[in-house]
Design a protein. Structure first.
Length: 83
């Protein structure tokens, strides 16, 4: 948020916080671990890399020109468990 304040109005600064995503590291996990991770995710699936990329593309697009200082969590609802 500090960068968003310092760089405005010339640069928008946002962040993407990916959740459990199908990556090489994810593939190496034991199925039991994946099952526990999935049980905590409301959308009942893991993110595809494209799911995360779509959020980054949105922030980089003209449609997000009036958005700055935000953190978009892309975790299929996993963070809802904390509340």
């Amino acid at each position: 948020m500090t960068l968003a304040k310092q760089l405005a109005p010339h640069v928008n600064v946002n962040a993407v916080g990916p959740g459990h995503t199908k990556t090489d590291i994810w593939r190496s996990l034991a199925q039991e671990v994946k099952d526990k991770m999935l049980a905590g995710t409301y959308l009942q699936r893991f993110a595809e890399p494209e799911d995360i990329a779509n959020a980054v593309l949105f922030f980089a697009s003209p449609e997000a020109d009036f958005i700055t200082g935000q953190h978009l969590v892309i975790d299929g609802g996993f963070s809802l468990k904390a509340g």
